[in-house]
Write a protein that binds this ligand. Structure first.
Ligand SMILES: [Zn+2]
Length: 88
C-alpha cells in the first residue's frame, strides 16, 4: 500500500511510547507544575496546536494534568479561542 495521509496520525502503540517518553523526561504538568501519574493522570498536549501549524513531534509536546479540573481541558479551551492569556 502506498503511504496515505492517514499515516500521519500516530498509531496507538507509537503514541503510547511517546507518552511514556515525554512523561519520563518531564512528569510534571507544564501549566501548574503538579506531578502527574502515569498513565491516566496526564494528557499529552501540543505546545503549538496542530491546527495552528505546530509540528507533531516530541519537542512540541508537553505534559498537562488530566482530570475534572485538569489543565489539559483548560488549555484545550484556550486553544480554541477562549482567553489567550498566559502567566500572571
Ligand atoms: Zn496542571
Amino acid at each position: 500500500m502506498a503511504p496515505t495521509l492517514s499515516e500521519a496520525r500516530m498509531a496507538g502503540r507509537a503514541l503510547q511510547a511517546r507518552r511514556l517518553r515525554i512523561w519520563t523526561q518531564s512528569p510534571t504538568c507544564a501549566a501548574c507544575g503538579r506531578l502527574t501519574s502515569y498513565p491516566a493522570g496526564f494528557e499529552l498536549d501540543h505546545r503549538v496546536p496542530l491546527h495552528q501549524g505546530g509540528p507533531d513531534t516530541d519537542e512540541n509536546c508537553q505534559v498537562l494534568c488530566n482530570g475534572a479540573d485538569g489543565c489539559h481541558g483548560k488549555k484545550t479551551a484556550q486553544d480554541l479561542g477562549h482567553r489567550p492569556k498566559r502567566g500572571a
